[in-house]
Write a protein that binds this ligand. Structure first.
Ligand SMILES: [Zn+2]
Length: 244
């Protein structure tokens, strides 16, 4: 089975549609949260995902638009975007977001899916090997997929040395999934933050047991024009050009 891995779409329909066009054949979609927030087309992104055999977990932005967490936790631009998004959402899509779980039972027996971290699924950023090492104690499966940081990375667990190491996720080169325990972040579809403005995603092949990370350029200016029309905060519009 081929599973398309998406994270942090953030209402960026142009980026999402581009990924769906280039991803090739896939049987299922796993989405690691933050479907909405920041971007100009939250409803359309939700409805696009609903067309697929989908497993999706909740992210902090998905909760923010439901008032499930305090908007004071957000910086002013993110807060403005969350309030705007909340006003746009249809009742049905709001209910769809409300039903998203914080973590899902192991998928394909080997994977735990969360937005932030296995320890704190909504909020914690797994950015360093030290944080990754602690989090290897908070899931039982060999593999865990996370989003939230918008930075593609792979953390390997070295249990005998009581540590974890971080490695860049190679583009277009399949990683073999063997007995090793890994935390993998596929990067962000709709708002990359690793200095590369191209949309990020991954493909999991459960027969070959490989995980492959991809980047694809999309019409950033088209998303930016929609954000301007919606009067979303200018820094959120500009950052898409830089992937930051
Ligand atoms: Zn996010």
């Amino acid at each position: 089975m081929r599973i398309l891995i998406l994270s942090d779409i953030h209402g960026n329909l142009v980026a999402l549609e581009t990924v769906l066009q280039v991803a090739g054949r896939f049987d299922r979609v796993w989405c690691l949260g933050d479907v909405v927030g920041y971007g100009p087309e939250p409803n359309a992104c939700i409805e696009k995902l609903q067309a697929f055999d989908l497993v999706c977990v909740a992210g902090n932005h998905d909760w923010a638009v439901l008032d499930k967490l305090d908007l004071e936790e957000f910086n002013p631009d993110a807060r403005r975007a969350a309030v705007w998004t909340r006003d746009q959402l249809t009742p049905a899509n709001r209910e769809w977001l409300r039903a998203l779980p914080e973590r899902v039972p192991p998928q394909a027996e080997r994977f735990t899916l969360v937005h932030g971290s296995p320890r704190y699924p909504i909020w914690e950023y797994v950015l360093t090997p030290a944080v990754a090492r602690i989090n290897f104690d908070y899931f039982d499966t060999p593999l865990c997929l996370t989003g939230h940081t918008h930075v593609p990375v792979i953390f390997r667990h070295l249990p005998r040395e009581h540590r974890a190491v971080a490695e860049p996720l190679p583009e277009g080169a399949p990683i073999s999934l063997n007995a090793e325990r890994l935390i993998i972040n596929p990067g962000s579809v709709g708002q990359p933050r690793d200095g590369d403005p191209r949309a990020a995603y991954a493909m999991l092949d459960t027969d070959a047991q490989t995980f492959t990370h991809y980047r694809v350029g999309y019409a950033v200016a088209a998303t930016q024009a929609k954000m301007e029309q919606a009067a979303l905060p200018p820094p959120l519009i500009t950052r898409l050009s830089y992937g930051w």
